[in-house]
Design a protein around this ligand. Structure first.
Ligand SMILES: Nc1ncnc2c1ncn2[C@@H]1O[C@H](COP(=O)(O)OP(=O)(O)OP(=O)(O)O)[C@@H](O)[C@H]1O
Length: 223
């Protein structure tokens, strides 16, 4: 469905090196890597938000609908949640259903700033789903949430993925354990410039433990 042939990206100094990968329908990828290595830069390139990465570096994107959950909610603060969803094409009924799907039934008339961080992130997720995405990009969706909120959002996202088996997902996270719940594939980005050091399928018994063990080894080597 999508083929990455990214030649690289630098901001005065090299950040991303060559990134080659194929993303298929139903792929649920957790993207891990050290802080500041280029994970958001890679998501932006895949989403087509980085004009310095040529369009032909991401083959197939023009045929896909992409939903992108940024680190900040990026909802329009002067519009209600319903209006934010309507702006991306949801009907009145769809907006209500989407809010209910993310646990925000009855909050349609609220403004984004009247919500907690966790609620605003759920509202932003509803906006991603409103575009009926073929590819869902999640940039650290659980960051800054308390463990209960984070756990609830993880269960919610896992349920959405289960109900939409054809949708692909790439989720940036710092917590390898998220992959156990969400992923069937792991990417590990590292190096200067950064490349995909691993692109492993999750699913065989014990494989995820092995990958997480390797991660822990890398963490302690770096500390
Ligand atoms: N617009 C920009 N201008 C200059 N440098 C940038 C820009 N965007 C990113 N960078 C640099 O590129 C590098 C990678 O940033 P990026 O945000 O992609 O990392 P990350 O892996 O997502 O980090 P984190 O895990 O901390 O969120 C960093 O050194 C950052 O300073």
């Amino acid at each position: 469905m999508l083929e990455l042939r990214i030649a690289g990206r630098d901001f005065g100094q090299p950040v991303l090196g060559e990134i080659f990968a194929t993303i298929k329908r139903g792929d649920r990828i957790c993207l891990l890597g050290p802080s500041g290595i280029g994970k958001t830069t890679l998501l932006n390139a895949i989403a087509g938000l980085d004009k310095m990465v040529p369009g032909d570096a991401v083959i197939g994107r023009d045929k896909l609908r992409v939903g992108y959950l940024f680190q900040e909610h990026r909802l329009l603060p002067w519009r209600t949640l319903n209006a934010n969803l309507r702006l991306v094409g949801a009907s009145e009924g769809e907006a209500e259903n989407l809010l209910s799907q993310v646990g925000l039934s009855g909050y349609g008339q609220y403004l984004p700033d009247q919500l907690s961080l966790g609620m605003a992130r759920r509202a932003a997720l509803a906006r991603c789903l409103a575009v009926k995405p073929d590819l869902l990009l999640l940039d650290e969706p659980f960051a800054s949430l308390d463990p209960v909120m984070a756990g609830g959002l993880k269960t919610l996202i896992a349920g959405i993925l289960d109900s939409q088996p054809d949708m692909a997902m790439i989720c940036v996270t710092h917590d390898g354990a998220d992959a156990e719940i969400l992923a069937n594939r792991l990417w590990y980005l590292d190096g200067r410039p950064a490349r995909l050091q691993w692109d492993d399928v999750v699913g065989e018994p014990g494989l995820i433990d092995g990958l997480l063990g390797r991660l822990r080894g890398l963490d302690s080597a770096g500390s």
